[in-house]
Structures are given as C-alpha cells and as structure tokens.
Write a protein that binds this ligand. Structure first.
Ligand SMILES: [Cu+2]
Length: 155
C-alpha cells in the first residue's frame, strides 16, 4: 500500500471516529423532553358494560407500574390483556384489581374474558405502552459508541 493510500485510510478512519464521538456528545447533550423520566405508577379505572370498556384505550410508558381497577356496571365482565397475562373478572358492585409492570413496548389489545352477550367478541380495548426515551437514548449511545470504537481500532 502506498503512503498516500495509507494516509487516506487513516484520515477516513479518524473521520468516522470523530463523527461517532460528536454523535455521542449530541446524544448526551441534546435535551429530550423525557430526559427526567422515571417510571411512574398508574392506577387506571376501567368501566366495563355490554359491550364496551370506558376508557377504551390506555397509554403508559415502558417500565411503568400499572394497576388496573375493573368495574362492571351491568353484568359480569372480564378484562384480559394480550401479551401480559393479566386477567380480571368483575361482578357489578365488586371491582377487580391487578398490578403489573408494563415491561413490553407496543400496542396490546385487552378484551372481555367473560361471555357477556351477543357482541362480547367485539368488547375490545387497547393498551399502548410507549417507548421509554432514556432507554432509547442508552441504546443509541451504545450503538454509536460501538461503531466509533470499531472504526478506531479496526486494522
Ligand atoms: Cu364479555
């Protein structure tokens, strides 16, 4: 390899490493709205009646502790959360409670788990577990740092 080619390769590698360091700095310094986010505990009251949940959609962040309180107004209803293995059954006047950590990100349907009538299969709601931004930031840092280290030490 000629001296010029070597020097080009060297400069190129230095450029990648420098960009990675800059990106890391940016990832650390750029303020994100959720920078101070620490997992919260939510108590969410859900009312069930034939054939709907109220509210029909719930939003939490990944890592949050969620307590669901199910109340049935007309007849016995259940609430099963897909992917979370949470199942509640409430009789009118007798609410049911379950607590779990929302450790999986994404949209999860919750459905009535007690055959309650003709439209029972359509008694569906949605739990939306939003990403936890500090977690995304940590992931980004690791990735960028890894690429930077590779670029720097690659022979
Ligand atoms: Cu039902």
């Amino acid at each position: 390899m000629t001296k010029a080619a070597l020097s080009y390769r060297h400069t190129h590698r230095f450029g990648i490493a420098a960009s990675a360091v800059l990106l890391m700095l940016a990832a650390i310094l750029v303020p994100l709205p959720a920078q101070a986010y620490t997992p919260r505990a939510h108590t969410l009251q859900i009312n069930a009646r034939a054939f709907a949940f109220e509210p029909g959609s719930l939003s939490v962040r990944r890592g949050d502790t969620v307590t669901l309180v199910l109340e049935a107004t007309d007849t016995v209803h259940g609430l099963y959360v897909d992917g979370y293995d949470v199942n509640l059954v409430a009789e009118p006047g007798k609410s049911a409670t379950a607590t779990f950590v929302a450790d999986k990100e994404g949209k999860f349907k919750f459905r009535c788990s007690v055959a309650c009538g003709a439209l029972h299969p359509f008694m569906i709601g949605e739990l939306n577990v939003e990403p936890n931004l500090p977690f995304v930031r940590a992931l980004l840092l690791t990735l960028v740092g890894g690429i930077g280290a590779l670029a720097f030490f690659w022979k």
